[in-house]
Design a protein around this ligand. Structure first.
Ligand code: NDP
Length: 477
């Protein structure tokens, strides 16, 4: 089997390979990928630093063309790349293709943004002086991504970094290197100069840590767990560098007595269980007012009967496997914790056998949960959700906000008054009304509050806050 190598200083290098395993069928090796060392990572950082002066001054048409070509190729190959994504991560094929299309759209969006870079010209408060405010690239950007969105998250960090003239050292999650390798390969063939983008697949504790420890990395954008995010923050403060963190969530989905039952059930099931619950925007706390509680729980149970958990690539599968054995253990441990805490496991939670050996888990729904239980407070990151019964809207809002996290927050209601109040008072970066807590557009800001995020927003035009630095120039007329 060929080894997919790392891209360092414009050369494909490396031989110490890791195997990328399909979670739907652990006998299926998706590919072999080189593992970067500390030295490789240092060389990659030096290459990005050397490439920065020329790339930061490159013409906007050159950047536009490269990003545009990348978008075109990703979109043209959406079925093949979507399949690779489903094979390595376990999302269903429809979800894999959808995520791939989104990655293409993100590159297309930032190709457009290269042509819309703008500044401001203001009069000075002093006579005969002009003031110009411009945005400049930051320098070498370190990109560290998690396993749960193997193509979209790399795309939404790499595309703006390059668009605004930065050079990049990119470390994908070792568990899912396939899509990352593919988009780096596409970018290189689209004409990216040597050293501008470096790919260093490898362990977080080795490759990621070397990036954190380097004074030559001027900014780090990170998506992953809260624990690793804290390490990124501490190291970045030490080096006085810019950093941006997108971390965990414990997103609430509120269902009020006046909700349209069908809308509420569909949104709750999607929020909690689609993509195997492995989305930072997934909802694992379903907060339901008492007038609709029993009807809602029964309807969710009915809906779950038609949900098919199976091989991600099989036609008809709604939910693929859990990503790997250790995540599966975390999910089943939390199911046990929920039982011991006194919540009632109303549906699912059992391991499933399918035609191929994989990490299959029936979506688990607890009822009679309270908001102080560990299953309501800690991120599980799997197809496990808990229903919390509340008296009225006011209690629902208080419970929704009673969490250390603040990424996404949803409500099902037909009341304009409650929807409007919730949009204003939910302590989250994103609010959804009669929609699942997950599922966002690519051209608008993405991010959270409290323990979920740190720094400026990702995606859309707001991305320029992170990937540029502002200069104010004064000129005597
Ligand atoms: P981790 O924090 O374990 O890993 C994220 C990345 O950090 C991986 O590439 C990992 O490398 C790397 N890493 C690990 N240790 C270090 C280190 N010491 N220094 C630098 N980098 C390091 O998260 P997961 O991959 O397990 O992702 C799941 C988490 O991500 C969940 O908590 C989820 O909520 C969060 N997430 C948040 C999103 C958001 O936007 N808010 C979106 C998606 C996920 P490796 O694993 O290869 O060793």
């Amino acid at each position: 089997m060929t080894i997919h190598q790392n891209l360092i200083a414009g050369e494909w290098v490396g031989s110490d390979a890791i195997r990328n395993i399909n979670p739907s069928n652990t006998n299926d090796v998706v590919g072999k990928y080189a593992r970067a060392s500390v030295e490789d990572t240092k060389t990659a950082i030096a290459a990005a630093k050397a490439a920065f002066p020329a790339w930061s001054r490159s013409g906007i048409l050159e950047r536009h063309a490269i990003l545009r070509k990348t978008a075109d190729e990703i979109l043209a190959r959406k079925d093949e790349l979507g399949r690779l994504l489903s094979r390595e991560e376990g999302k269903t094929l429809a979800e894999g293709i959808g995520e791939t299309v989104r990655a293409g759209q993100i590159f297309d969006f930032f190709a457009g943004e290269t042509l819309r870079l703008a500044g401001e010209v203001l009069p000075s408060v002093r006579p005969n002086i002009g003031v110009e405010i411009t945005r400049e690239p930051v320098g070498v950007v370190g990109i560290i991504t998690p396993w749960n969105f193997p193509i979209a998250i790399p795309a939404w960090k790499i595309a703006p970094a390059l668009c605004y003239g930065n050079t990049v050292v990119f470390k994908p999650a070792e568990l899912v290197p396939g899509c990352s390798w593919a988009i780096v390969d596409i970018l290189v063939r689209a004409g990216l100069p040597k050293g501008v983008l470096n790919l260093v697949i490898g362990k977080g504790s080795v490759v990621g840590q070397t990036m954190l420890d380097s004074p030559d990395v001027q900014a780090i954008t990170f998506t992953g767990s809260t624990g690793t995010g804290k390490r990124v923050a501490l190291a970045s403060v030490e080096h006085n560098r810019k950093y941006q963190l997108e971390m965990g969530g414990k997103n609430p989905f509120v269902v009020l007595d006046d909700a349209d039952l069908a809308v509420a059930v569909e949104a709750a099931v999607n929020s909690a269980f689609f993509s195997t619950g492995q989305r930072c925007t997934a909802s694992s706390r379903v907060i339901v007012t008492e007038g609709i509680h029993d009807k809602f729980v029964a309807a969710v149970g009915e809906r779950l009967k038609s949900v098919v958990v199976d091989d991600a690539l099989k036609a008809g599968t709604h939910i693929g496997p859990v990503v790997d054995e250790s995540q599966l253990r975390q999910d089943t441990d939390y199911i046990e914790i929920g039982r011991q805490e006194g919540a009632k496991l109303a549906f699912g939670g059992e391991l499933l056998k399918r035609d191929t050996p994989g990490f299959y888990l029936a979506p688990a729904l607890f009822t009679e949960a309270t908001n102080d239980m560990r299953i309501s407070r800690e991120e599980i990151f799997g197809p496990v959700a808990a229903v919390i019964r509340v008296k009225d809207y006011e209690e629902a809002l208080a419970v929704a906000n009673d969490t250390p996290f603040g990424l996404s927050s949803g409500i099902a209601t037909t009341s304009l008054k409650h929807a409007t109040h919730f949009k204003r008072n939910a302590e989250a970066g994103m609010v959804m009304v009669n929609l699942p807590t997950a599922g966002v557009d690519f051209h608008v800001p993405f991010g959270g509050r409290k323990g979920s995020s740190h720094g400026s927003r990702e995606q859309g035009r707001y991305a320029n806050e992170f990937y540029t630095t502002v200069k104010t120039a004064y000129t005597l007329a």
